[in-house]
Design a protein around this ligand. Structure first.
Ligand code: 13P
Length: 340
């Protein structure tokens, strides 16, 4: 393992107040989002959309790394330039999603285990050859009356640790994503307890599997009340509870925490990240950054609508969200930036 190279890449991913752009939707997920807007669910439409993203002028000012899906890392611009080359040319580090999805977990109704460990060593070597410098794996933890179970938390934690160790062996920085879902009626406190439990279990497994903490990025959920919980919380309350939980559960050796958005609106995700940096930045051992998919892409996707004529407007919307999130890293995001 080349520890120095891993540590350098991990640090670069959270340097200069930039963050990651997750554009690694699997084909079924991407198609579902296209279908909602009446965009054709074809390989060419997916390619055209990803070309729009990676050719957005100025994206590298705010984005340090882009997470691709397997189909996308093999694709090119219309003029034949490989996406990996376009991304690298924009000063953005290419990365890849390497899990193959969260599947129903045997004996655990309502819970999921993420698959993709078989053959992973070979796949990682191929992606490294193709120019990827980091790799993401998402575990999914649902919250309900009797879940998550210990079996689900432990199995996902161990899978994350085995994937992370394999990534580091291959020279790829693991972007470790244990997502506690927002769906449900549960209160903020329940999300806090579950999030801390998941993170504690995960770091125990990381220790067992000898994962180099300095050479990884954590991609967690923010600590939020369930979407249908009658008691929603203010931006500052969410910021406080989230950061306090992370301070308890995430070792200081981890260089960066880059949040997923998980279905929050784009503006709320920026406002909450901003509040965390305003209230805690000077006291944190790690950088607090972003690795959003929906909260950075959704406005652009809606404007594009599958039409060539809308590409410029969609790129402006994408750049705007990237700038808002960079401002949030500095604690300088304001509602005024939204032009409302
Ligand atoms: P969201 O920001 O839309 O939650 O997506 C992040 C991600 O990478 C999901 O795996």
């Amino acid at each position: 393992m080349n520890a120095e190279a891993l540590i350098n890449t991990a640090r670069k991913l959270v340097a200069d107040d930039k963050g990651l752009l997750a554009m690694d939707e699997s084909n079924p997920t991407c198609n579902k989002r296209f279908a909602k807007l009446g965009i054709p669910q074809t390989m060419e439409a997916r390619r055209a959309y990803r070309e729009l993203i990676v050719t957005t002028p100025g994206l590298g000012e705010c984005i340090s790394g882009a997470i691709l899906f397997d189909e996308t890392i093999h694709q090119q611009k219309k003029d034949g330039t490989p996406f990996v080359k376009v991304i690298t040319g924009a000063g953005i580090i290419p990365g890849i999603k390497v899990d193959i999805g969260a599947k129903a977990m045997a004996g655990h109704p309502g819970e999921k285990i993420t698959e993709g460990l078989d053959g992973l060593r070979n796949r990682l070597a191929e992606y490294f050859q193709m120019g990827a410098h980091f790799a993401k794996w998402r575990a999914v933890i649902a919250v309900g009356e009797d879940i998550p179970s210990r079996g689900c938390i432990e199995a996902n934690a161990q899978a994350l640790a085995r994937y992370a160790a394999l990534c580091q062996e291959a020279g790829l920085v693991p972007i470790v994503e244990p997502e506690v879902l927002m769906d449900g009626v549960h209160a903020l406190e329940r999300c806090r307890v579950v999030t801390e439990e998941v993170l504690r279990n995960m770091f125990i497994q990381f220790n067992c599997q000898r994962v180099l903490l300095e050479g990884m990025i954590l991609k967690p959920n923010m600590v939020l009340p369930g979407l249908t919980c009658p008691t929603q919380k203010s931006v500052d309350e969410v910021a406080d509870v989230t950061v306090r939980s992370l301070l308890r559960a995430v070792p200081a050796a981890v260089p960066g925490i880059a949040f997923l958005s998980g279905g929050q609106s784009a503006e709320l995700a920026s406002a909450r990240l901003n509040a965390m940096n305003v209230r805690f930045k000077s006291r944190l051992p790690w950088a607090l950054a972003f690795s959003f998919a929906r909260a950075i892409q959704q406005p652009a996707l809606e404007l594009w609508h599958g039409k060539e004529a809308n590409v410029n407007a969609a790129q402006q919307a994408l750049l705007h969200r990237a700038r808002c999130n960079r401002a949030a890293r500095r604690g300088e995001y304001t509602a005024g930036m939204e032009g409302k």
